[in-house]
Structures are given as structure tokens and as C-alpha cells.
Write a new protein. Structure first.
Length: 228
């Protein structure tokens, strides 16, 4: 929880760094996952020091150092192993600790749903779903089941760990060739083959293009050269 909160705080999470201009990636991860929940937290804790105001009043260099120290403490982008056993002392860590306690009490997700009130999202679970994805637990579960993209994704059987749906095999082939470095290989491969399928279905109805088989004399491949 702490590691993910820091990644939302310093805008390094998958949601914060996703380059797109459409929902659900147009919002500020820091605003949704840090500022709004922390303001709600303070409203329920009379007399609690406002660490967020302290943080925002600090010079940019100090803010950056505090965020880096917190990220390093939780293992950064590498794993869950703490780089330093010493807990950093800073407003950032105090905010993270407060929000972690809020999550442990079951109130954090409820605040994320409330934040949606001023957005255009139709589903209040969007923010919580994106936060869950940023934690990496879904990817870890998929890896344990051998169904991540680099493990042939959606064509992999969960229990046996062997290819299951044979008709999805082309998607697996694409994932390991032209889409090998694509984080969304399953989706993009499905789009490619789906587009090809639609093109094949529409081929007989496309003017001029549907005459190509006759022009190329493809019928010879079926009837044999002697029956032309």
C-alpha cells in the first residue's frame, strides 16, 4: 500500500505515466489518490497536523528528495525489498502512513468513490480499479497462473499451464514476435486479428477489390491448371 501511494505521489505509477488523452487516464493521480483522501482524513482527525500543507510549502528540490527517499525505502521500481531499513522522516512518509492507516480501516476506497462525484466517470470503481492495478497484485496473480502476455496470455490454461484455446494461438504467436515488447500484447493482437477477420468477411462486398481473385486467376489453384 505504501509503495503504491508513493508512486501515485511522485507520478511514477502506471496510471500516472500512461500517455493517453482519454478517460480513465486524464486525471491527476496525486490529486485522486493522495490529496483528496488526505483532506478527508484530516477532516476526521481534529488537531492533526496538516503534513500536505507543509510539503507543498517546501522548495521543489526538498519535495523531490523526500519523494525519492520514500520511494527508495519501499524498493522503488525494482521489488518490495526496502533499500534502506531506516524509515525516512518527512511529510511524505507521514502522509503515506496516514493513508495506509485509512486503508486498513476500510475507508480509503470509499473516499476514492466519493472523489468521482466531480468527474465524468459512469462507474465509481474506476479510481479504485486503477489503484489496484498500480499495486501490481493482479499481474503477480496472473504470473502465478501462467497467463501473462509473455506466457501466451489468454490462450493459456490456468491449471495445466499449457496452451488451451487453440483458435487463439495466432494471438500467442504475435505476442512472441512482432508484439514481444508490447505491454498490451493480448489486446493489440486481438485487434489485429479481429480487423483481419472483419476484412475477410467484408471482402466479397467491396467493389473492385472483390474482383482480385478473378484477375489473379486464383481459381486455378482450386480447379487445376488444365481446367482454365
Amino acid at each position: 500500500m505504501g509503495k503504491t501511494l508513493v508512486s501515485e505521489f511522485d507520478d511514477s505509477s502506471d496510471t500516472a505515466t500512461y500517455l493517453d488523452n482519454i478517460d480513465p487516464y486524464t486525471y491527476s493521480a496525486r490529486e485522486v489518490y493522495i490529496i483528496a483522501p488526505y483532506r478527508q482524513y484530516l477532516s476526521t482527525q481534529p488537531g492533526q497536523a496538516d503534513e500536505l500543507s507543509v510539503f507543498t510549502a517546501e522548495p521543489a528540490a526538498i519535495q523531490e528528495n523526500q519523494l525519492k527517499a520514500a520511494s527508495d525505502y519501499f524498493g522503488g521500481d525494482n521489488d518490495n525489498t526496502k533499500v534502506s531499513p531506516t524509515v525516512p522522516t518527512s511529510p511524505v512518509m507521514n502522509i503515506v502512513n496516514s493513508l495506509t492507516a485509512m486503508a486498513q480501516s476500510g475507508l480509503y476506497e470509499a473516499v476514492l468513490v466519493d472523489v468521482r462525484g466531480n468527474s465524468t466517470f459512469a462507474d465509481g470503481s474506476t479510481y479504485s480499479d486503477r489503484f489496484l492495478a498500480d499495486t501490481g497484485v493482479l499481474e503477480e496473480k496472473a504470473t502465478a497462473l501462467n497467463i501473462t502476455t509473455d506466457q501466451y496470455g489468454m490462450i493459456r490454461e490456468e491449471k495445466s499451464g499449457t496452451p488451451g484455446a487453440w483458435w487463439l494461438l495466432p494471438i500467442g504467436v504475435l505476442n512472441h514476435t512482432v508484439l514481444a515488447n508490447d505491454d498490451n500484447g493480448d489486446r493489440d493482437a486481438a485487434i489485429i486479428f479481429g480487423s483481419l477477420l472483419l476484412t475477410m468477411l467484408a471482402f466479397p462486398f467491396i467493389p473492385y477489390l472483390n474482383q482480385l481473385p478473378d484477375k489473379l486467376k486464383v481459381y486455378r489453384l482450386i480447379w487445376g491448371k488444365g481446367k482454365a
